[in-house]
Write a protein that binds this ligand. Structure first.
Ligand SMILES: [Zn+2]
Length: 123
């Protein structure tokens, strides 16, 4: 005769979650998409053979043949060299990258302030 010790095991002792602060009722807000101008939701495009981008939402434009020195000074050397070479096209990767960077920077001006602050980390 052997006695099997019956052990009650409580593996899950964390079933009670009653200590969550009830003030956390607000969910993480999604971007209120309806407040974003439609054109900002699509990647900007420059037609083939053109070197100027016109913002669809205002009269701002980026003239790639006449970039401001502020912009050019911030470019990586290879992009500068490429622009200097006069053989680039708007499809070249560094140019596309520059274009998308500049355009999305500008698009931020079209966004409501609360969305803008949600996009940029407030450090
Ligand atoms: Zn604009």
């Amino acid at each position: 005769m052997s006695t099997v010790g019956s052990q009650c095991r409580y593996d899950s002792d964390f079933s009670e979650d009653s200590t969550i602060p009830s003030s956390e009722s607000e969910e993480e807000p999604l971007y209120p998409i309806s407040k974003i101008p439609t054109f900002c939701l699509y990647p900007p495009e420059i037609p083939d053979g053109r070197f100027i981008w016109n913002c669809p939402g205002c009269d701002y434009n980026i003239d790639f043949l006449n970039l401001s020195t502020d912009i050019v000074n911030q470019l990586p050397d290879d992009t500068k060299l490429l622009l200097d070479s006069k053989t680039w096209t708007i499809k070249d990767e560094p140019i596309q990258f520059l274009f998308l960077t500049l355009a999305s920077e500008h698009y931020k001006d079209h966004l409501p302030a609360d969305i803008r602050s949600a996009m940029s980390p407030s450090v």
